[in-house]
Design a protein around this ligand. Structure first.
Ligand code: SF4
Ligand code: SF4
Length: 157
């Protein structure tokens, strides 16, 4: 596992990080998670990975929203979102699936569970439709289209 993580560190240029903190300053995790902390922010994870600490086991790599905003501000060319995506795939392949959300319709992985929980928390305030966060984007689209068809049929009647 360490060898695989080292490969990702090289591939996504984590060793170029100069710890400027720009990626953390603009990161939306700050807004989404009430318990936002150094342990799961990009800088914290990069530091852990560089110190050869285990980043795959545990929930820290499952907090990033993969928005890639950090890449836009990073002066060092670090591709953090891609690193996280590959590290998650690696974690799932090793059987660490407890932080992954799988679509209730097609069964594919679609989001980290902490992100789903945060969305549910936010959407609850606005009367989230039933099951809205339980489907992957493709199945959600198909389900919406199906509902729209039914609605159109009802209107046509
Ligand atoms: S990709 Fe992850 S770490 Fe980077 S800005 Fe988005 S949420 Fe933050
Ligand atoms: S913006 Fe880039 S160089 Fe600065 S802390 Fe984040 S990853 Fe490191």
């Amino acid at each position: 596992m360490e060898d695989k993580i080292s490969k990702l560190i090289n591939e996504y240029k984590l060793y170029y990080c100069v710890e400027c903190g720009k990626c953390v300053a603009g990161c939306p995790m700050n807004v989404i998670y009430d318990d936002f902390s150094y342990s799961f922010c990009s800088r914290g994870i990069i530091r852990k990975a560089m110190l050869e600490q285990d980043v795959v086991d545990g929930g820290d790599i499952w907090r990033c929203l993969n928005c890639n905003l950090c890449a836009d501000v990073c002066p060092a060319g670090v591709s953090y979102a891609q690193f996280i995506a590959d590290a998650r795939n690696m974690a799932m392949a090793e059987g660490h699936t407890e932080n992954a959300a799988y679509c209730e319709c097609c069964g594919k992985y679609y989001l980290p569970m902490p992100t789903v929980d945060a969305y549910n928390h936010i959407l609850d305030k606005n009367n989230r439709p039933d099951g809205y966060t339980k489907l992957c984007p493709s199945c959600k689209l198909a389900s919406c289209a199906e509902n729209m068809k039914l609605d159109a049929f009802r209107v046509g009647k």
